[in-house]
Design a binder for this molecule. Sequence first.
Ligand code: 5GP
Ligand code: MN
Length: 337
Amino acid sequence: MLNGTIEVLKDGLSKPRKIVITTHQKPDGDAMGSSLGLYNYLVEKKHQVTVVTPTDYPSFLNWLPGNDLVISAEQKKVAAEKAIAEADIIFCLDFNALSRIVPIDSFVADSLAYKVLIDHHLEPDDFPDLMFWNTKASSTCELIFDFVHLLEDNPLISIDTATCLYTGLLTDTGNFSNGATTPKAMRLGADLIEKGASFIDIQEKLHNNNLENKLRFLGNSLLNKMVIIPEIEFGYIYVNKEDSRKFNLQSGDTEGLVNFPLSVKGVRIAALIKEDMSMIKLSFRSKGEINVNEFARQHFNGGGHKNAAGGRSNENLDKTIHRIIDLLKLEKAKKKY
Ligand code: 5GP
Ligand code: MN
């Protein structure tokens, strides 16, 4: 869906501009892939472009072309604020609400720049001037590819852009295995390989680059921290501060963990429940018609997609776990799933 007009933006991009690209907190493969994919394309188009992330991101993404010039507001808040204040155009990628970009939310909200949202999450807020939004898209990377086509700039998709876009496509489709894996997503994979993305190299960098501690942590989580409750078809893994310390967890080390309880036979809804500095961060996954976007939105100040969503809780770890279980028991009793 396209609100506003693409012509205005196309005209705006016809001469060099100061552009900021931003994405959600704790960016994942699609967030960084789409941001740096768009970055590399806009640099080809001779714009002055800065990618600003609200927080740091996993080291398995720090090889993406353009990574070295990314400004993380967590480390460089002043530089982030300056780039946003000076921007003519701000691209907001892979998120649907300004609350997802704290601590730079107010800088973006206050900026007079032309704001463009490119996203595939449900129910976006209406802060942007132009929305390129489609919940059926496999990934924001797919939308970036479509967006470049819309601007008739297909020839400007370099190997670097293709590499970034393939990365997000791969991570958001769970290596071409989850519900986001549409025929279009498969075709896009082929197109990006034709554009020069080395899928073996990307796969290797994303998945075969684990530090030992991460795998020890995974082993511990599966052995000691995974709980399955068959009556409500629910499974979860919890991570407390002590685990984070003991295994020296870094950003992204819990990525993908929620898929393990979901893979247990009979489980249709799964959670990763992680104690962070000041709150509990929640990741939900579900199968079929179970809508975790609604669940996260209603009860945990979050959202996302039907089968993959996140949220947060201000109660402690124990209380949060009990609350989720009680809520699911209630939903089950009401035959909501
Ligand atoms: P994950 O569980 O991998 O962190 O996130 C799953 C999906 O839900 C992603 O698409 C992510 O962007 C979205 N998401 C995660 N946490 C939140 C949140 O707190 N609020 C909203 N609105 N979306 C979230
Ligand atoms: Mn995404």
